[in-house]
Design a protein around this ligand. Structure first.
Ligand code: HEC
Ligand code: HEC
Length: 218
């Protein structure tokens, strides 16, 4: 009798192992990190550092996948959260206005974000009250900068303000104002300056190029 039970148990365990192995081969909800396309223009590097610690695992393409994110069926829960988070807004594929600073403020203050179940396994993402306050203020400031551009119906104003704030970090903005260039040439220049380190979101880049082409065109 005991022998028979043992045999059943062994068979059951064998089947369980085979099923687990088969689950790993299923082609859905696999962990991935698509390329980083565009980040918001952070108000300060500290804001980005806090967001990276507490939010990037689910709201960016720089997810640090834990080992259990590679083992089905555990992985499905983790990957599902990340997919949902990225769909909500993605700090690595950012379009101005994707997330409201006020909403983020609310989510952090209420303790809904980062997801509490995530914090159980990621103590390093836990923020002190001081850090939470800093991140909330930082996200509000970051989104405010975006908002002035998105809602800036007045291209001249938005463009002039970008030229002053972003193009005078390394040299005087006069360096651009002296030039007369076609739109294509300005696009080339601004792209080159971004490679040099100029901070512009994709949206802001377009606004600035339009402005330069209009005001300092050929
Ligand atoms: C473990 C994954 C995870 C982490 C870490 C995480 N989020 Fe989320 N976030 C989600 C998911 C999933 C959703 C969409 C479903 C939901 O609202 O629960 C979401 C939604 C949101 C929303 C939209 C809420 C709404 O109702 O419109 C905001 C804002 C947000 N997150 C901010 C943050 C911020 C800020 C951080 C860092 C402090 C953060 N999240 C960290 C997974 C995460
Ligand atoms: C992070 C530093 C930095 C920022 C910010 C920056 N630049 Fe420059 N800029 C440089 C450097 C370095 C050079 C010289 C090397 C070169 O041309 O790439 C330069 C040169 C230039 C020149 C002369 C070269 C040419 O193409 O004729 C112009 C015009 C110019 N920048 C425009 C801009 C504009 C417009 C912006 C705002 C989008 C900007 N810069 C922001 C670093 C910067």
């Amino acid at each position: 009798m005991l022998e028979k039970l043992k045999a059943y148990a062994l068979k059951g365990a064998g089947i369980a192992v085979i099923v687990l192995l088969l689950l790993q081969a299923l082609p859905f909800l696999q962990p991935d990190n698509p390329p980083v396309v565009n980040e918001p223009v952070w108000d300060r590097p500290e804001t980005r550092a806090l967001a990276k610690r507490a939010c990037f695992d689910c709201h960016s393409n720089e997810t640090v996948w834990p080992w259990y994110a590679k083992v089905a069926p555990m992985s499905w829960l983790v990957v599902y959260d990340v997919r949902q988070g990225r769909a909500e807004f993605n700090f690595s594929d950012w379009h101005a206005g994707d997330m409201s600073g006020r909403k983020a403020d609310e989510e952090i203050r209420s303790g809904r974000m980062p997801l509490p179940r995530y914090l159980l396994l990621h103590p390093e993402a836990r923020l002190t009250d001081g850090e939470k306050a800093e991140l909330r203020a930082g996200l509000l400031a970051t989104m405010q900068v975006e908002a002035t551009v998105v809602t800036g119906e007045n291209l001249a104003e938005a463009g002039a303000s970008l030229l002053t704030s972003r193009c005078s970090v390394c040299h005087s903005a006069d360096r651009a104002k002296r030039e007369r260039r076609s739109r294509g040439q300005w696009e080339e220049t601004v792209t080159r300056m971004m490679a040099n380190g100029a901070q512009l979101s994709g949206e802001e880049k377009m606004v600035l190029i339009d402005y330069l082409a209009q005001k300092y065109g050929q």
